[in-house]
Design a protein around this ligand. Structure first.
Ligand code: KG4
Ligand code: ZN
Length: 343
């Protein structure tokens, strides 16, 4: 007669190492059974002096930073490579040279450990960052994805079921911040600096254009041109104009960018009858955007979802979370996969 054993077979932990190298930050995270246990980033200061990311320098810096960062992540989390269930990397979109570094590393590691390889879409990962910490939105929700390379209004119907209902027709919102900052003589990336100076400025001191395209599309190139002509005119009258008005200039520029973003988000929420609004991407670290979204949702009795700061700008935690969902769905890459600059 068979006796029933009380002995439990231990369930293997689901542990994934995730690499993010799409642009200028090298990032590594480890997720264990759906919870981020380590999220590390090595920023590249080398680009500051050039006023933007230099792709070749970014690729080289990833080569330099990636392995020491992975070693540090293993040490910090107390995980050894033999415990990994899968290795994930950002497959695109991004700078191809930078993506190649993460992809090649992840492939080698997955191959040598004989574990699955997971390729993650960077923009999807920015959106799925909302599932890292509680409270999480329920489907469908509207997500304004605003980064240095992208500005999209997305109706998120499921983990991998997205409908892009609006996008920028020229510059991205982060690009608008960075290019405006450059015109003010601020180093790259200028977005966080504009945010910082704007705190002491008057957003209504100078009036910059707020584009109003039909539908849910955005445009920021007119703002950049308006700032350029305005500064040229003022500097001929007073060469010290920027220094004397930096806080007001930053506050007024920030106001113009944020107003346009929120106007479209509100319009979309009404048209799609969606009362859960989320921010994603590096620009979601902007304090005015965060505050205005909270205020709008407070007025309308809508729900606002904003990721923690560390999961707003480029990070591997969001890649790890997306990879974990893909792992459970069995969405893996083959060893002949390559990254794509446009995905
Ligand atoms: O998502 P992200 O880290 O990288 C890309 O995928 O592009 O976004 C970077 C962008 C940069 O343009 C940066 O200036 C902007 O996010 N950014 C900000 C702030 N923090 C980062 N823009 C405005 N205010 C901020 N606090
Ligand atoms: Zn990004």
């Amino acid at each position: 007669m068979l006796s029933q054993s009380t002995h439990q077979v231990p369930v293997k932990d689901r542990i994934i190492l995730a690499i993010e190298s799409s642009c200028d930050d090298t990032a590594v995270a480890i997720i264990k059974n759906g919870k981020i246990i380590c999220n590390m980033v090595a920023n590249q200061s080398v680009h500051e002096q050039y006023g933007g990311v230099v792709p070749e320098l970014a690729g080289r810096a990833h080569q330099q930073h990636l392995i020491p960062l992975v070693v540090a992540a293993f040490q910090k989390s107390g995980i050894s490579k033999e415990l990994l269930s899968a290795v994930a990397f950002t497959k695109g979109p991004g700078l191809i040279g930078s993506l190649m570094v993460g992809c090649s590393f992840a492939k080698s590691m997955a191959q040598s450990l004989n574990i699955p390889l997971i390729g993650v879409n960077h923009m999807q990962a920015h959106i799925l960052a909302h599932f890292i910490d509680e409270p999480v939105p329920s489907f469908p929700f509207l997500c304004l994805t605003v980064s240095g390379g992208h500005t999209q209004l997305v109706l998120v119907k499921g983990y991998f079921d997205f409908e892009t209902i609006g996008k920028t027709i020229d510059d991205a919102a982060g690009e608008a911040f960075d290019k405006s900052a450059k015109l003010l003589g601020l180093p790259y990336p200028g977005g966080p600096l504009i945010d910082q100076y704007a705190k002491k400025g008057n957003p209504h001191q100078f009036e910059f254009p707020i584009s109003d395209l039909p539908g849910f599309d955005f445009s920021f190139s007119g703002l950049k041109t308006a700032i350029l002509y305005f500064l040229r005119k003022e500097i001929t009258k007073n060469p010290n104009f920027i220094n004397e008005n930096l806080a007001d200039l930053c506050a007024s520029i920030q106001y113009s960018i944020v107003k346009q973003l929120l106007k479209k988000l509100k319009l979309a929420a009404i048209q799609y009858q969606c009362n859960q609004l989320a921010l994603a991407g590096g620009v979601s670290a902007n304090s005015l955007l965060r505050n205005e979204l909270m205020a709008l949702c407070g007025q309308q009795k809508w729900e606002a979802f904003i990721p923690a700061f560390e999961y707003c700008t480029d990070n591997a935690g969001m890649v790890a979370k997306t990879a974990d969902i893909q792992f459970l769905d069995g969405l893996f890459e083959t060893m002949d996969t390559t990254p794509f600059a446009r995905l």
